[in-house]
Design a protein. Structure first.
Length: 532
């Protein structure tokens, strides 16, 4: 007998949560936790829509500890059968995003491109490696027992939270009354004032940036509310009252960068070292982010408006269309890409001409580009890509990378992309680009990544040397056969050893056959490079 649609959706979500949850502990506890997660996502209505699936997966990937408290009702409602212990054990060593990829591929039966979209929507920064790790597990048939009697499918009943909520509200009211009595202030006035924690506002002299080296310390306070002491003090108070981990830590002076109206709403931007606080008029509106202390990157004010460095004289959209700037603030502008990441503005001033791009962080990054014809001279340092306005080819590449590259986990101040090989892939493949990117992070440190771009897709192919780029990967042709591909920058020739057969190099592209062309080899191959 076919399960009712409602029951099928419910059971499928339970199994997704079960296989994505961490593998420690008894399977009965894991299954009870999975059903509790699904009950929380469903409430009293069943369904299989994407929003509920995303909610279930997000909580199962990183389950709060409180889910295991009070599991009795769910443990008493478990079915007699449990999933195969061997499969549960095989999934245990995987990372949460890899378990999610396995569940979506093998349990839900979703195609790879939809799994990639689902993982990206869950905040996974590198979906394809997670998918490849899931696919590396043996494709054994997954036999699931019927978890629940469809006639009794409803969320497990729990003790009503109303008494506990009422008790919590009463406690909060009593504590609030004590706060008012002790402080002599109202709750609407906030708690401890900035003066109580020795915070003071500092502003740079209006012309300080004209003398000496440019730095963020030299940015003057701008905006039509910069002289409004009540508003700027409220912003300072809000930061002083924030959670201890968010409060200013560089000293007793906080720099005011901007105080004004953005799209009619008051906004203040304060700075403490490499952190920036954005205040919107109420204590709950305060947002503190690690944004770096780079002097040349604009500061996002919200609504697509940016506060520019005082030495930037003009701004234009990539390609030349001017952007209006008033008081150092741009008119609304967003990257011209579907994902709203990528090249943002061409800036010109005494600090030089450069293209900055929104890569998803709190401040845009300065973008640089090398074409396929670039050849790094011997001894050239890694930061040889001098900032400048991107050419048309560089803009097109960064438009693609902005949407294809995972969002960096740390604020980025500079990003370089070297399109070191471009051509057509063999055996019926289409045109492709092999790119080496280097990101420089606020506070120091860099990271490199190579990517094979094919149409609208990206295949992560490991790290790269941004002075002598070479990268390789296993690749499946349109006919379904596996090959090893490797490419290198101009003046270099790729090579590869190990589990490859009949390697041939033409126009800096190495093509080799897999031992069994019908199966993707599991062994990684490390590409090498030599001068031509």
């Amino acid at each position: 007998m076919t399960r009712p649609v409602v029951a099928a959706h419910y059971c499928d979500l339970v199994w997704l949560a079960y296989f994505v949850l961490p593998g420690e502990g008894p399977r009965r506890v894991r299954l009870a936790t999975a059903r509790r997660i699904v009950d929380g996502a469903h409430g009293t209505r069943f369904g299989g829509d994407e929003r509920r699936r995303a909610k279930v997966l997000r909580k199962a990937m990183r389950p709060p500890r409180r889910l295991r408290a009070g599991l009795g009702p769910w443990l008493r409602a478990l079915p007699a059968g449990l999933p195969d212990a061997a499969l549960t054990a095989a999934l245990a060593p995987l990372a949460p995003d890899e378990r999610a990829a396995y569940a979506l591929l093998r349990i839900a039966g979703m195609p790879r491109y939809l799994v990639r979209d689902q993982l990206a929507g869950l905040g996974v920064r590198a979906p394809w490696p997670a998918i490849e790790a899931a696919e590396a597990l043996p494709a054994t048939p997954v036999r699931l027992p019927e978890p629940f009697d469809p006639a009794q499918l409803r969320p497990v009943r729990r003790r009503s939270p109303i008494p506990m909520a009422a008790a919590g509200l009463l406690t909060a009211a009593l504590v609030g009354a004590l706060v008012v009595t002790e402080s002599g202030e109202t709750l609407l006035g906030g708690g401890r004032a900035a003066s109580a924690v020795d915070l003071r506002l500092a502003t740079a002299a209006p012309g300080a940036w004209r003398h000496g080296a440019h730095s963020l310390d030299d940015w003057p306070a701008r905006g039509d509310l910069a002289a409004d002491r009540a508003f700027t003090t409220a912003a300072l108070d809000a930061w002083g009252e924030a959670a201890p981990a968010l409060r200013p830590r560089q000293g007793d002076r906080v720099q005011l960068l901007y105080a004004g109206r953005v799209a009619g709403a008051p906004v203040a931007v304060l700075r403490d070292g490499d952190r920036i606080a954005r205040f919107g008029g109420a204590p709950a509106s305060l947002r503190v982010t690690a944004a770096g202390a780079g002097a040349d990157a604009p500061v996002a004010l919200g609504g697509g408006r940016y506060l520019l460095a005082p030495w930037d004289a003009s701004a234009a959209r990539p390609g030349g269309r001017p952007v209006r700037v008033a008081g150092g603030v741009t008119a609304p502008v967003v990257p011209a890409t579907p994902c709203r990441r990528g090249p943002l503005l061409d800036l010109k001033g005494t600090g030089g001409a450069r293209t900055i791009g929104d890569l998803g962080g709190p401040r845009p990054a300065v973008l640089a580009y090398h074409s396929p014809d670039h050849r790094a001279p011997a001894g050239e340092p890694a930061d040889s890509a001098r900032p400048g306005v991107l050419p048309a080819a560089g803009r097109r590449l960064w438009d693609r990378l902005g949407c294809l590259m995972p969002q960096p986990g740390r604020p980025v101040v500079e990003a370089m992309a070297w399109d070191f090989w471009t051509g057509r892939l063999p055996h019926g493949g289409k045109g492709a680009d092999w790119v080496c990117t280097r990101t420089t992070f606020a506070g120091g440190g860099t990271a490199t990544q190579s990517s094979l771009l094919t149409g609208a897709g990206r295949l992560a192919t490991g790290g790269c040397d941004d002075r002598r780029p070479v990268a390789g990967t296993w690749w499946r042709s349109p006919a379904g056969r596996w090959y090893y591909l490797a490419a290198s920058g101009r003046g270099l020739e790729p090579a590869a050893g190990g589990q490859v057969r009949r390697p041939k190099v033409a126009k800096r592209l190495l093509v080799a056959t897999a031992p069994d062309p019908r199966t993707r080899p599991r062994q990684a191959v490390l590409p090498t490079v030599r001068a031509r």
